[in-house]
Design a protein around this ligand. Sequence first.
Ligand SMILES: *[C@@H]1O[C@H](CO)[C@@H](O)[C@H](O)[C@H]1NC(C)=O
Length: 335
Amino acid sequence: MRGSWCLNRRTELRFRLLAISTVKSVTVKIKFLLCCCIALTLIVLLFSAASSTFVLWTNQTPSALSRFTDSRKGYSIVMNTWKRYDLLKQSIKHYSYCPRLESVHIVWSEPDPPSDVLLKFLHHAVKSKPKDGGHVKLKFNVHKEDSLNNRFKEIEDLETDAVFSIDDDVIFPCSSVEFAFDVWQSAPDTMVGFVPRVHWVDSSKGAVDKFMYGGWWSVWWTGTYSMVLSKAAFFHKKYLTLYTNEMPTSIREYVTENRNCEDIAMSFLVANATGAPPIWVKGKIFEIGSTGISSLGGHSERRTECVNRFTAAFGSMPLVSTSVKAVDSRNIWFW
Ligand SMILES: *[C@@H]1O[C@H](CO)[C@@H](O)[C@H](O)[C@H]1NC(C)=O
């Protein structure tokens, strides 16, 4: 009796010890695993941060994107430029490496035609990256009149439906451009761009038909936007025809006279045609020029003036607000 009790007691004790040590070792293992996870995450984060700063905008598109190259048409860059040849050279050289770029059209509104030296450099730059069917084509659209409307003039020999409208002083990595192109392909009537802006009803004056224009900080604060600027946006080439032929004359004249707001006008035009908001795409942006007009004083007042004038010309406010943002899910670690 006693012996068996003793045995039972001892077995029980051993089990308890075993249980405690098992619990302990399980806890240790869990802690160890957690540490491993955290360490791994840190390494991955550090590595991705380091590699992304290191590659900068010279990085190439991941090959996964280029499998569409054969089956679908690419896009054309329409670049607005004004007497900043270094910037022009730098950005053309950069974009000629983007896989699905078909052609570059430079909107030239200067009194003098492009110099031979510049032409030679640019033609050489686009030829330095041969593609399957030749190389990126380079064309100049020379205009006599100096107007910001020139950047949306119809281009006769435009071979692609997709237009990537861009200023000469901002550069996006090819991976960002090609991702925006993917987004555009899934919504070809929509304007797809990297630089969002917003408008809202200015209720301070008690009116419902007065609007305010909001810059980057307003978008950041509210997470809402209703325009993407044509300094970096994809749209269908049909909007070039619409801009030239259907845009109210008062708006085109206002743009020429004030040298401003052609991008707002384009946003109005597309919104009026689609009744839908644009799409903001997340992308890395590198400003290579000095600060533009947006940093001059009175900028937002003048933009607000444009929004109100254009609304009057259209008869109502066509812009639609949204909070949707397109991101490349391959570049997100946690979701
Ligand atoms: C705005 O849209 C309406 C309806 O589709 C159209 O009749 C009008 O011509 C458009 N306005 C402009 C300036 O494109």
